[in-house]
Design a protein around this ligand. Structure first.
Ligand SMILES: [Zn+2]
Length: 279
């Protein structure tokens, strides 16, 4: 009898032990789940608050004269950016930058141009095609007199040429500071028999006027305008057009500002977008 009572006591204690163990395990499970749920909920709430903050803040604007543009995410200072600005005091970085998307320009080119010299960046080629379609309708025949120039080609032009066209004064950019190296600039000439067969190329006044009036509609700016020599550092070049896209080209055309003058505002917008974590 004493043995049976002792065994009953032992099994009751074991059952109690199991019960306590199970309850403890259950409590631990609840606690772990509670911590996980708290962390998950906090994280989700933070995500939602960040999204709301982004949605509720006003867009970053770029103000050029009377024109106000929404700053796009490509307002960045990388050389591959179509808004990138280079001039004598702001050389291209890195100096031997080469675009990775060069394609043949969709226009006749002057015969002395060969290989990559007949190329521009893909986005520029598309815009040139649209511009040329409109130019033809307006009886403005165009040919490309210069397109992409690598750093070494620009250097070679300057060192080997005896022509004053390639001095590095106010006519030709030094190597590492030419918009032609960006693959975003072209020099237009009027398409004549002489230009198709020799270096005897020029841009007729009528054709220059049409370009100056309409190029911005296709995303191009007259990069070195008359009376802006002290700002751009270059003489008036009615043939040199630079692609920046339609919105900026139109804003610069309307405001009469050069890319050099717009650059500080473009950089300010970039910094603001970076601060917001949008770049
Ligand atoms: Zn040029």
């Amino acid at each position: 009898m004493v043995v049976r009572a002792s065994k009953q006591k032992e099994s009751a204690a074991a059952r109690r032990g199991w019960r306590i163990g199970l309850y403890s395990l259950f409590a631990l499970g609840i606690a772990i789940y509670g911590v996980w749920f708290y962390n998950w909920h906090t994280h989700e709430t933070q995500k939602l608050a960040t999204l709301e903050q982004k949605l509720n803040q006003p867009p970053v604007y770029i103000t050029l004269g009377d024109t106000r543009l929404h700053a796009p995410v490509f307002a960045s200072s990388a050389a591959s950016n179509v808004w990138y600005m280079t001039n004598k005091s702001h050389p291209i970085h890195p100096k031997n930058y080469t675009p990775h998307d060069l394609v043949a320009v969709p226009l006749p080119t002057q015969p002395q141009l060969t290989g990559e010299e007949t190329h521009v960046r893909a986005v520029v080629a598309r815009a040139i095609h649209r511009l040329d379609t409109a130019a033809k309708q307006a009886n403005v025949p165009l040919i490309i007199n210069s397109a992409y120039r690598s750093y070494s080609h620009q250097e070679q032009l300057i060192t080997e040429s005896s022509s004053s066209l390639y001095d590095t004064g106010t006519r030709t950019a030094p190597a590492g500071a030419s918009e032609h190296q960006l693959g975003l600039a072209v020099d237009f000439s009027s398409d004549t028999a002489a230009c198709r067969t020799s270096a005897n190329c020029a841009l007729q006044t009528n054709d220059a006027t049409w370009l100056a009036t309409h190029a911005h509609e296709y995303g191009f700016i007259l990069r070195y305008p008359e009376h802006k020599e002290t700002i751009t550092g270059y003489e008036y070049e009615p043939w040199h057009y630079r692609y920046v896209g339609k919105s900026l080209a139109s804003a610069l055309y309307t405001s009469g500002l050069t890319l050099d003058e717009a650059w500080p505002e473009l950089q300010r917008a970039e910094q603001e977008l970076r601060k917001r974590g949008e770049l």
